[in-house]
Design a protein around this ligand. Sequence first.
Ligand code: TRP
Ligand code: ZN
Length: 467
Amino acid sequence: MDQRTPVRRTARAAALVLLVLTTSTGCTGGVEGRPGAAGLRDPYFPKLGNGGYDVTHYDLALDVDPAAHRLRGTATITARATQDLSAFDLDLVGLTVESATVDGRPAAVNRAGQELTLRPDAASRLRRGSTFRTVVRYSGSPRTLTDPDGSQEGWLRTADGSVALGEPTGSMAWFPGNNHPSDKASYDIAVTVPEGLTAVSNGELASRRTSGGTTTYRWHTGEPMASYLATVAIGRFDTKESTTADGIKVFTAADTTVAADSARILARVPEVVKWEAERFGPYPFSATGAIVERSGDAGYALETQNRPFFHGPPDAGLLVHEMAHQWFGDSVTPDSWRDMWLNEGFATYAEWLWEADKNDRPVQGRFDAAFEDDDNWAFPPADPPTAADISQAPVYGRGAMVIHRIRQAVDDDKRFFALVRGWTKAHRHGNASTADFTAYVEKTTGQDLTELWNTWLYGRSRPASKD
Ligand code: TRP
Ligand code: ZN
């Protein structure tokens, strides 16, 4: 906290100087426009993301030496300017920036905290609406970050390599970008590792080539992805490739020490995808799978796109949860970190549905238990008090209760699941907010649900009755 305020002041001072420069050189062919904002004013992470442009594609080439914990990267970022830009920021923490170019010409580099500011040379014209290409070369020892809730993200060292986990902020520990869920883009991620190690990432494996003692894995993500869902896992993995009956490519990777224990559950990936697609709508991506590390390598699972990450072999409930995020979070992505309950509420509700379907454990029983659990009433799911709370019980448990209350209000399972499928269809590969959701549900049901939202979504205390 102490370090943050001075950092932000530095960034502001730099922006002011730039502004003065811009005005004074404006008519002599200097850099035109104004600097893009240094953050997107997310309610919990105001400095995340940047203003003035929209990324359409990230091309990341990473050369990783796991033994030395070193990374060398080239990030080629294609973006569209949303204003005339004299300068713009990317988010990056740690590492050393060796060079940066914009449309092939050198750009001035400034760093202040997580803000990497690039100022294109005077000949560059970043006009509103134009597409430009930024290349950043960087290297160093990528950092592990500690979240507000105390968990570790960013670049984590594992027993035999590393894994990158990015929720909510960690992607900036291994590549420069517009690090906010509201700016989704396609990705090509190429990772070069010593021969014998495997590098797993998102999307489809486009190629794998070994020469001179190293292997390069090229991964392609064609559908839009939020930066927090990007991953790279490096280590000794047992991998399996197949294709589902619906033509979805499956790639699973399990750390060799847990591969035998993972085999049974990983074989169920296609079954879970199909079961969820029947309820939530068509699976949104061309590829699926999973990454299983040793339990000591990370403290939690994450819905990394296409290929959820697990800290040890997951049980069916956890697989169902992370796979449900492919619809709720990965395809339909929150507008801001305040909308987290849309991710976790639906993913938790998917677990309840699975338990009811497979193990005869009625959803109503789960709802009743969640209602009695004091932890779910600590704060309203749609308004966590601090950044540390976005991963806490009300976001999950009461989030799921909100979904169940909607199901009760609809009072017809056919119509309820049609409503859910309509939601994933309306925002497929996009973003959505809590307000988008409540408006959608009211419009679809034709009901005024003010009471439901006020009690279950925004209410601060447990109502007298759960009915
Ligand atoms: N989204 C993860 C899950 O439920 C958990 C998680 C990891 C998380 N990091 C987070 C939730 C940061 C909120 C914020 O599967
Ligand atoms: Zn989750």
